[in-house]
Write a protein that binds this ligand. Structure first.
Ligand code: C2E
Ligand code: MG
Ligand code: MG
Ligand code: MG
Length: 281
């Protein structure tokens, strides 16, 4: 029965475990074990360069593998991971695994960048530059194929530390994308001071394109902002052709969403490339 109750049901959930506190403790312990035993996989979602129609990158998205093989999505465990600090070792794992996979693709002739999501917590507690140097070196990955996705909040909450570390990352060729752009409460000043390479328009604006003139205005403004600052813009959450058409008319440069492809295991991505479903440059 647990299986049919949505993505946030865990195999280890006991039917009688009614108390939220007990459930949280149980979840926390399970998550701690998962981090120790590396019970995660990364799925990769295609990012398309709209001018050429080719695959220009992928975003690595973490999933927690349950004992029965079910996958739990990050929305179900990231809040607790943030609260407990487990987000740090978890994200370090994502970073290392994504670098290893990116290096494998490079040697198979698939020259795409791989984007990894970093939590703001990481900037508070860790030397992100050091982590990235270690992960790319260990994997033998040319750092220019690595992109880090940060939210506006992550950057704004840690201005000095983020600024220093992003500058060092830029030096080594790593690129930085601002995730969920337009939904934070950030001042835009950081866009002129930090090395930012890509703005990812949050999918809430894309979902509303057809029905909301306000969302259309905001998306146009973000595309213009990117153009004027020399920062590339990628729209996330494209599900339909009409959304794609409209974004192409606005000269949006890149897109990501279920319309182009779901997040998939690395072997499946390889199949999509081999079969010509996804074209590589
Ligand atoms: P995000 O970085 O904004 O990632 C995009 C999310 O939108 C993914 O959800 C993806 O599956 C979903 N998505 C992509 N295209 C579409 C679409 O066309 N329609 C709809 N409705 N959804 C779409 P997912 O995989 O559940 O990830 C959720 C969030 O978890 C991510 O949001 C990211 O912030 C975080 N996350 C994922 N992996 C990691 C990780 O390794 N480390 C950290 N720190 N955070 C991660
Ligand atoms: Mg992201
Ligand atoms: Mg996003
Ligand atoms: Mg989002």
């Amino acid at each position: 029965r647990a299986k049919n109750e949505g993505r946030c049901r865990y195999a280890f959930f006991d039917e009688e475990m009614e108390q939220a506190f007990a459930a949280t403790t149980e979840l926390e312990q399970a998550l701690r074990r998962a981090v120790e035993n590396e019970e995660f996989v990364l799925h990769y979602q295609p990012q398309i360069d709209l001018a050429s129609g080719t695959l220009c990158g992928v975003e690595a998205l973490i999933r927690w593998v349950q004992p029965g093989g079910d996958l739990v999505h990050p929305g179900c465990f990231l809040p607790l991971a943030e609260e407990t600090g487990l987000i740090a070792p978890m994200t370090v794992w994502s970073l290392r695994e994504a670098c290893r996979q990116a290096a494998r693709w490079q040697s198979d002739g698939i020259h795409i960048r791989v984007a990894v999501n970093l939590s703001g917590v990481l900037f508070r507690q860790h030397d992100v530059h050091r982590l990235v140097v270690d992960a790319t070196t260990e994997a033998g990955l040319d750092p220019s194929f690595l992109e880090l996705e940060l939210t506006e909040t992550a950057v704004i909450e840690n201005p000095e530390s983020a600024g220093r570390q992003l500058a060092a990352l830029q030096q080594m060729g790593v690129s930085v994308a601002i995730d969920d752009f337009g939904t934070g409460y950030a001042s835009l000043v950081y866009l002129t001071r930090l090395p930012i390479h890509r703005l990812k328009i949050d999918r809430v604006f894309i979902q509303d394109l057809g029905s909301s003139p306000g969302s259309r205005a905001i998306v146009k403004a973000i595309i213009a902002l990117g153009k004027n600052l020399g920062i590339r813009v990628i729209a996330e959450g494209i599900e339909r052709q009409d959304q794609l058409r409209w974004l192409e008319e606005q000269d949006c440069q890149e897109a990501q969403g279920f319309y182009f492809g779901y997040p998939v295991p690395p072997a499946k991505l390889q199949d999509l490339v081999d079969s010509g479903t996804l074209m590589v440059p």
